[in-house]
Each structure stands twice: as structure tokens, then as C-alpha cells.
Design a protein around this ligand. Sequence first.
Ligand SMILES: Nc1ncnc2c1ncn2[C@@H]1O[C@H](COP(=O)(O)OP(=O)(O)OP(=O)(O)O)[C@@H](O)[C@H]1O
Ligand SMILES: [Mg+2]
Length: 421
Amino acid sequence: MQDFLNWLGPVWRPHPGQERFLLARAKTKVLACGRRWGKTDACAVQVIAGLGADRPRRTLLVAPTLEQASFLFRRLRGLVEQLVSRGLWELRFPLIPKFRDSKMELTMGEHSVVARSAHSRHHLRGDEASEIIVDEAAYVSGSVVNEVLTPMMATTDGSLTMISTPNGQDHFYEAFREGLENSDEFWSLQAPSSDNPQVRLAFLDRQKKLLSPSAYATEYDAQFVQREGYVFDRTAVDECVVAEPDFDIPGPTIIAVDWARYQDFSALVVVRGFQSRASVLEVDRKHREDWFKQIAWVTDVLARYPNARLICDTTGGGDSITAWLRNELRAVSIKSFVFTTESKPKLVDGLVRAFETRSIQLPPHEALKKELDNFQATRSASGHVQMAAKSGHDDLVMALAMAVSDLPYAHRMILTTNPRR
Ligand SMILES: Nc1ncnc2c1ncn2[C@@H]1O[C@H](COP(=O)(O)OP(=O)(O)OP(=O)(O)O)[C@@H](O)[C@H]1O
Ligand SMILES: [Mg+2]
């Protein structure tokens, strides 16, 4: 590897943390590092090193979303192109890689590299790999790693690299702990963002002021901060995420709107189905738009779902905009929902149950997943349970919870549609 890094030097030089990672030779490598540490760059370089193997090699790049996987793939392509254009590639490799961007695939003789999203669980199954690299591994569900990715290497004696910002004490943490013994099989390292000389100290100081101490410790010092008081079980949420919404799911369509107040976003969620089985069809939000534009926004969404029912937040200023909407859409039934210290926990509880029973399917929406992840319950001195985002927003969570609360129970539908009953 040292020889490989010397050859790569004119185009890319690792910082000391990246060098340790690239030189580690264990079968399973786990690197917990801070934001901007250079994870994606380091993964791309490891893939290039793998192309020098004697035996045919199939490398799989996995990330929580297709966008993140394609980001890594593009970084790989960028580095290869620089090496080719400088005439360095042919000094080390007999062939020039061919890239097929539409399939996110690189081929070079008998070697291939493909990038995939962890959400395409079904497409991943049955595939085989001699090397798997998981970028942002703590955000890929443990069941995908253990039940889908690891078995892909059953016959290839392959290697697995998981690299990520920590995300609480989850499957990634378990894998990290296993690597602390540093055997031939397992290797792991914890590395702060400040390892990367490209990350300015002034930027880190600013982030320290903006974030809570535990968020900073997680995001920039790569600490495995325990997640206490979080409402939604991450594994349950992950297992509810599907690649595409199911528009054919039977049942009524509910559109829920949580109107923005002050700094928040207005959030809109479209759900179809019943309490026992439902699919989220759309998730959207708007920041600081005037009421007029927000009315047009909701009206446009409704035009795509002509038979949908609406449920709107009428807390505070929400009542006047809902009244305006009622005036615009006279024929549509619009329910009101008022957030109070009693109604909010009950609403959230319904959503927790939907995840626990895996009765709801979610599209892979980054902002919604982040909000679900950050959502906390705390008990105030007066004994009231307060529910809100630990940091950031909770508007999408509230819109989703409202929509789910309005889904009917399936048996009601059977009672009304079966004439013999
Ligand atoms: N060894 C290096 N030499 C020069 N630039 C580097 C190096 N490593 C990383 N960088 C640059 O630092 C920035 C952060 O790198 P990268 O995107 O790989 O980090 P990351 O840990 O994946 O970040 P994020 O947490 O945002 O996903 C990028 O602009 C990248 O090109
Ligand atoms: Mg990255």
C-alpha cells in the first residue's frame, strides 16, 4: 500500500489518519470519524488500490441513499480521470477503467465496482462481492449489514469496510468495539474531523458554538454518545424505509399540513392506506413562504390527489391560514388539529406504534429521517412530557404523525363496503 500511496502522491496525499486507515489490512475495518474527515475520499482511494488485485474483484460501494453512493462513485471517477490525464494510470495498471454512470458501474478487465443504495435491499440480495465499502455505515440499518451485505462475501472470503460518523450505540458501535482488539480479522479507529488539515479550526469553533455539546461530540469528535430519551427506534424506522412509495396501496389518501410559525418550516405529508398498512407518498416542506404561496402549494398537491382528505394544524396562527384554505377549497373536507401538551404525545405515540408494528412505509427522505432521529421526549419540572426535536426541526415528524392519526382502521372499511354485513 505504501508503494501505491507514493504513486498516487502527485494527485492525492492522505492525511495521517487516512494513511493509518489505508494501511490497515484486517478483513473488517471500522472507522468512526467526524464530519469532513475525508471519509469519502479515503473510500475512493481504497477502491483504486483494490483494482491492483491479481484475482478478479467485485467491489460494492454502499451508502444510505443513492445520492450518497453516487457521490462516492463520482469521487472515484474524478480521481481515476486525474490519474489518467496525468499519464500516471498506465504506470501502474494495464487497462483504463470504463465508467457507466447510468448504472453506476466501473469495469476494468475482470474487475468491477458498483455503487448501490442500502435501500435497494432486494436488488442487493443474491449479489456477490469480494469487497464491500459502506460509507456512512451508522446510517445503514444493522439488518442490511448483517443479513444482506455480509452474506454476499460468504463464498469470496471478502473484506468489509465500514466508515461513518457515529450515530449512538448501535450496530456500528458494536462493530467498532469488536475492532478495538486490532486482530488480523478486525481493525477499528476513532478519528476527529480535525485530522483533516483542510478543515479550518475557525469552522470547528463556530460549529462548537452552534451545536449542543453532545451533537458536537458526535459530529466532529466522533464520540459514540448514548441516545437517551429519543422517541423513535432507529432500527424500526430504518426497516420501514423503502426505495419507492407504493402508490397502489389500497385505502384513502390523507394530506397533513403543519403550518410554519416563526423560524420553522411548513411541512406537508401525503399518506395512503389504513392503520394496519400505509405508504407515505410525498414529503415536502417550505421555509418562510408567504401565506399566499403556501395556499397555492397545498392546492397544487391536492390537485394530484382529488379524493384526498386534509388535516391541518390550527394551533396559533394555523387557524387563520386553515380558514383561508377552507374558503379556497369549499368542497374538500379539512380537519383541524390543535397541538397541546396532551394532544401532542398522543399523536406521537400513534406514529411510534406505526413504526414498531412496521405498518408504515417511508420513502428515503433525508430531512424526515433526520427529524425522526432527533426527536426527543423530556419531562419538565411540572411533570409534563415535552416532545420536540433535540436540535433542528420537527415539522415533518408532526405532519407525518397527523397524517397517520387520520388513517382509518381497515375493519371500518369492510363494514361499510360489504353489503351482507
Ligand atoms: N487527503 C486529502 N487531500 C486533499 N483534500 C482532501 C483529502 N481528504 C479529504 N479532502 C477534502 O476534504 C473535504 C472533505 O472530504 P470528504 O468529502 O471525503 O469528507 P467526509 O468525511 O466524507 O465528509 P462528510 O462528513 O461531509 O461526508 C473534501 O473537499 C475533500 O476533497
Ligand atoms: Mg462523505
